[in-house]
Ligand binder design. Structure first.
Ligand code: PNS
Length: 356
């Protein structure tokens, strides 16, 4: 095996260690030609790196930095040897370990890559590859691309029908653009104190538009909350259980950071009436200033929910009123129990009645 083009052109790579399936020179050449003039600076991530030939070829062709992730110790040693042979060791780091864990760490460190190679051993199931792919969006720089290499005639279709797939002899290569990772995840944030049928309607409609919706439960600064963020999240999980592409999480910090960490390109909110507009406009503009790459979008509330709000529910339940029209049936009891008798007048009335 040799480096095909660039500063290390012609360099012979170390023998392939047992158990590693290298990308043949011929396939590598066609693949890099198909990627075109893409290698001016920037960082490359080579996952399941094997001999490191893909990442090293990218460095040789002009990329600035490379991170190689490889679990197999002998393969990791081969990558280091190949970096030495090509005199590219100063531009590279080799992470020895599991791809999923390495991705988590790279994400925590806010790393971004212009090119990501994913060349998993053929024995790895498509579901694992999908799992790794679903975490790559956040690691991709704005013009980034992901290249996935797979064995002969894979039956599975990755990420639906997206990407451009080419066949090189017995190898199938799919190239994904960044937008194919970013735009299909939306974050639906709110205090959800408590979740109403109006919120649920917005989440349900969003789940029909996006590949995945993350409901982010914020509002940690609510004073004297009747339900903790974790409790509110559990209630949302209960009422969205039938929506496979909806997950629920507690959000601790800034919304744009939460969105970025989840690989979401969209913050999605429900808009009820003109009275919502000022505050939503302000939040959308603040979030856009904080991160111009995360877009805020709105779904208009259904007419029958346009009057409904969590604060109205808290007030009505607080006075012991009937909120069954406003709260999903599965969680009604819990909500009534948590919020009933919380209004000062209701407390007084309860005390007076119990005295009498
Ligand atoms: O249901 P709410 O009360 O309108 O939800 C408000 C929420 C949770 C969306 C908002 O407070 C929020 O985004 N909190 C995270 C902190 C943050 O990012 N603040 C800056 C943008 S306004």
């Amino acid at each position: 095996m040799r480096i095909i083009s660039g500063s290390a052109r012609g360099a012979r790579l170390a023998p392939v260690p047992p158990g590693v399936r290298p990308t043949a020179d011929r396939v590598r050449e066609s693949l890099f030609n198909a990627l075109g003039q893409f290698f001016d600076g920037g960082a490359v991530l080579d996952l399941y790196a094997g001999t490191g030939a893909l990442g090293i070829e990218a460095l040789s062709r002009g990329m600035e930095r490379a991170t190689f992730v490889e679990k197999n110790g002998r393969a990791a040693a081969t990558i280091l040897e190949n970096l030495r042979r090509t005199r590219l060791e100063d531009q590279a780091e080799v992470v020895r370990g599991d791809a999923a864990r390495a991705l988590e760490r790279l994400r925590e460190n806010g790393r971004q890559f212009n090119l990501i190679f994913l060349d998993p051993p053929y024995r790895i199931a498509a579901t694992e590859v999908e799992g790794v792919l679903s975490h790559l969006g956040v690691l991709l720089a704005p013009d980034g691309r992901v290249v996935v290499e797979r064995g002969d005639a894979p039956e599975e279709v990755l990420r639906g029908e997206k990407g451009v797939t080419r066949r090189y002899g017995g190898t199938v290569v799919t190239v994904f653009d960044r937008f194919e990772f970013m735009m299909n995840i939306a974050v639906c944030p709110g205090s959800f104190d408590p979740i109403t049928v109006g919120h649920l309607d917005v989440i349900r409609r969003a789940s029909g538009v996006f590949d995945h919706v993350v409901v982010a439960v914020g509002g940690n600064r609510i004073k004297n909350p009747k339900l903790s963020p974790a409790d509110r999240a559990r209630l949302i999980e209960k009422v969205t259980g039938d929506l496979d592409n909806v997950s629920v999480e507690v959000m601790e910090g800034l919304l744009v950071e939460f969105a970025r960490e989840r690989g979401a390109g969209v913050i999605l909110k429900g808009l009820r009436a003109v009275s919502d507009f000022n505050s939503e406009f302000e939040q959308a503009q603040l979030n856009q200033t904080l991160d111009p790459e995360v877009e805020t979008m709105f779904i208009m509330a259904s007419a029958k929910h346009s009057f409904l709000s969590s604060s109205a529910v808290r007030e009505i339940a607080g006075y012991g009123g009937d909120v069954s029209e406003f709260i999903p049936g599965e969680i009604l009891d819990t909500v009534v129990k948590a919020y009933s008798g919380t209004q000062p007048d209701a407390q007084r009335r309860i005390k007076t009645e119990s005295k009498g």
